[in-house]
Design a protein around this ligand. Structure first.
Ligand code: ADP
Length: 289
């Protein structure tokens, strides 16, 4: 494995030198391997958005460096646009950025700007539409005729169509109903499995993060609180409690059982895992057959 993104002593200050000066990211160093699925968690205002905007060159660090494939993204500021194609960013409520007269053109917009044309562009657009579950017949409609969930998926497809090496999604399921959240999350997981590229998913939902992330990056008051495997971060519930974040409910229940002497693993992350551990245990004790 090799690092696709590396961050060295990264800091960002809003309103430097004004009475409103605010350090939003404070001296962060970390690296992300190619193909990893990283979950980013932390309270509102902890610096998550500022961090991810620095990773794709939307804002320039006040101090420190962002390396993409070993190269400082600001070494040639004129080429920063290229970085934004390579590190694709899906903002919160991205559907507000749809503006073309057809869904197809909207999905194609970024990829065409990147330089894709003809059959390659068409394949990128249709591939991205497929990843997000948009039917072919929707592509010729106006984005304004789509449902809320479909608009969201069209906007995400527009970033996927740029075929970025790293895809960053900032709260992609915010505001969707439970079924819509479930479907979108599994589409992102399928995209990651098929494309094998690197994903950073910013989310408030510990349940979602627990299901999909290889590693979790925890931000707290502009600093890196933890960056470790999902199992290890959630096994240390007390450390998350201390900063007011909670492990997924099912993880907490299993940790309480363990504290009471029930032989279950330290870090159970999903309801399905809990079910299989508990039913094996009950079978062993002859309580069910
Ligand atoms: P998060 O994504 O975790 O909610 P942000 O990166 O948006 O956190 O914000 C980190 C801190 O920076 C917060 O204190 C926020 O108020 C401040 N901040 C964010 N954007 C701006 C801005 N454009 N101008 C001034 N302060 C900002």
């Amino acid at each position: 494995m090799s690092a696709v993104l590396e961050v060295k002593n990264l800091s960002f200050v809003y309103g430097k030198g004004t009475p409103f000066e605010k350090k939003a990211v404070d001296n962060l160093s970390l690296s992300v391997e190619k193909g990893e699925f990283i979950g980013v968690i932390g309270h509102t205002g902890s610096g998550k958005s500022t961090l991810v905007q620095m990773l794709n060159g939307l804002i320039k660090p006040s101090e420190g460096q962002v390396l993409l494939d070993g190269r400082d993204i600001w070494s040639e500021p004129k080429k920063i646009r290229q970085v934004r194609f390579r590190v694709g960013m899906v903002f919160q409520y991205p559907e507000y950025q749809l503006f073309e007269d057809t869904v197809y053109k909207d999905i194609a917009f970024g990829a065409a700007n990147k330089g894709l044309t003809g059959a390659a562009l068409d394949a990128a657009v249709r591939g991205a539409a497929r990843f997000t579950g948009l039917r072919d017949d929707l592509l010729e409609k106006s984005p304004f005729d789509l449902s809320g969930g479909e608009k969201r998926r069209a906007a995400i497809a527009g970033v996927m169509a740029m075929e970025p090496e790293v895809l960053i999604l900032d709260e992609p399921t915010a505001g969707l109903d439970p079924m819509g959240r479930e479907i979108l999350l599994s589409q992102i997981v399928n995209y990651h499995k098929e494309r094998g590229n690197t994903i950073l998913l910013v989310s408030h939902s510990m349940e979602d993060i627990a299901r999909v992330a290889d590693r979790i990056l925890v931000m707290n008051h502009a600093r890196l609180h933890a960056f470790d495997t999902t199992e290890r971060v959630f096994a240390q519930g007390a450390s998350l409690d201390a900063i007011g974040l909670r492990v997924p409910q099912v993880t907490r229940i299993m940790q309480l059982l363990r504290q009471r002497g029930v032989d279950v693993p330290e870090s159970i992350l999903t309801v399905d895992e809990a079910l299989s551990v508990l039913s094996a245990l009950l079978k062993k004790e002859g309580k069910i057959w």
